[in-house]
Design a protein around this ligand. Structure first.
Ligand code: CMC
Length: 370
């Protein structure tokens, strides 16, 4: 038995949800470029869960279900109030999603219908939890969700208490479409491993949030913004990149395990970053990002991934840096739950092997002789 580090290139399951073939990403066979231009996040969530685009009635029904489920139990809001005000927002989300299971009477009900209902509830409630904690830590009361607006609009509304600008809703909606699913990424794999033991959907999503939190995965978008803030101005870009490359340090938001010729989602976020920069009258973050890309791609051949331009997009929307990865979770909740449903449909325990590298045969030494 020979191990493959990081399981690179290992095909661990079959899936009909999303594909990356020759650098092209599709959801259920539909190119992400087309979905980014034409589909709403709710349409994409339906597509991922049910395997087809919804008709108008089906979409309206899903929007209604999401709206009706968006309020979280008061007991979970009370818990958010007890958490430290300076907690990591992904750690808060991980704990809160785990807690949501305790107040869901169907949490351990394993029928397909119950699991779909729970997928919708989770999708609806994750944005509410994130927005509620963001307000609570600032000493503000959470804003109750609206029942009749999109996931993107509701999140921005709950965060600020104000009806968001149409352009902001459209931008966030597109970012949610772009992040919704991505084949067997680390967090989705974590979710599938968890539920393949026939554990419940909340456990699967809690595992996934833990995996997404890391800076090699979803945590990279926050790390990109930290880098942009550290660089600060255009004059510092060259020196910063040179230092990082010289010290063989990673530049966050670059590189990808699967895409070697560029992440197809990045260009959409780049366009959004520029447009939003123009609207806010601050193109600084966008222009610094472009310069960093030129240098890193030019000198190292590494291309930006989905997280790179997300950072300046979310900053232009006025979203605090530490909510970037939770926003990724809002979107990826659709993919996670679609994969969990698919795993249950054709389940087998996921239990790979390890190549043993320890001593071949060691004697037990009594404690008095150690
Ligand atoms: N900056 C500098 N060098 C890099 C980077 C980077 N961002 N990414 C890869 N490399 C180098 C790496 O040092 C290695 O060089 P060498 O062969 O000389 O040792 C080579 O490229 C191969 O890299 P790797 O780390 O073996 O590649 P991987 O497939 O294991 O890792 C990755 C993929 C995405 C974790 C990695 O590119 C990385 O750490 N990027 C920065 C973090 C990041 O942006 N993550 C977001 C990923 S995409 C969306 C998501 O999942 O959230």
């Amino acid at each position: 038995m020979t191990a493959t580090k990081g399981l690179e290139g290992i095909v661990a399951t079959t899936s009909s949800i999303s594909s990356i073939i020759d650098g092209v990403l599709t959801y259920r066979g539909i190119n992400i470029d087309e979905l980014a231009e034409k589909a709403s996040f709710e349409e994409v969530a339906y597509l991922l869960w049910f395997g087809k685009l919804p008709n108008a009635t089906e979409l309206a029904q899903l929007q209604q279900q999401l709206g009706e489920a968006a309020a979280v139990p008061g007991a979970v809001i009370d818990q958010l109030k007890l958490f430290p005000k300076d907690a990591n927002s992904m750690a808060v989300l991980r704990s809160a999603v785990s807690a949501l299971a305790l107040y869901d009477a169907e949490a351990n009900e394993m029928s397909k219908e119950a699991n779909i209902r729970k997928a919708i509830r989770l999708q609806a409630q994750i944005p509410t939890v994130i927005a509620a904690y963001a307000r609570i830590r600032e000493g503000q009361e959470p804003v109750a969700p609206k029942a009749d607006v999109s996931v993107a609009e509701n999140f921005l509304y709950m965060l600020t208490g104000q009806t968001p600008e149409r352009i902001a809703v459209e931008a966030l909606d597109k970012a949610l479409v772009l992040h919704a699913d991505h084949e067997l990424n680390a967090s989705t794999f974590a979710a599938r491993v968890t539920v393949a033991t026939l554990s419940d959907i909340y456990s699967g999503v809690t595992s996934a949030i833990g995996a997404l939190k890391g800076p090699l995965h979803g945590g990279a978008n926050e790390a990109v913004m930290a880098m942009l803030e550290e660089v600060g101005t255009m004059e510092n870009v060259e020196g910063y990149v040179a230092r990082k490359l010289e010290n063989k340090e990673k530049l966050m938001g670059f590189g990808h395990r699967v895409y070697k010729n560029g992440d197809p989602r990045a260009k959409h976020l780049q366009v959004m970053s520029k447009e939003l920069g123009k609207i806010t009258g601050n193109l600084n973050w966008y222009e610094m990002s472009v310069k960093i890309e030129e240098l890193v791609t030019g000198q190292k051949g590494l291309k930006p991934n989905v997280d790179f331009y997300s950072a300046s997009v979310y900053t232009s929307l006025g979203i605090p840096r530490d909510l970037f990865t939770p926003i990724f979770a809002i979107s990826r909740a659709s993919g996670w739950t679609a994969h969990i449903l698919e795993q249950y449909d054709n389940n087998r325990l996921i239990r790979p092997r390890a190549e043993y590298t320890g001593p071949a045969s060691a004697a037990y030494v009594p404690i008095s002789q150690r």
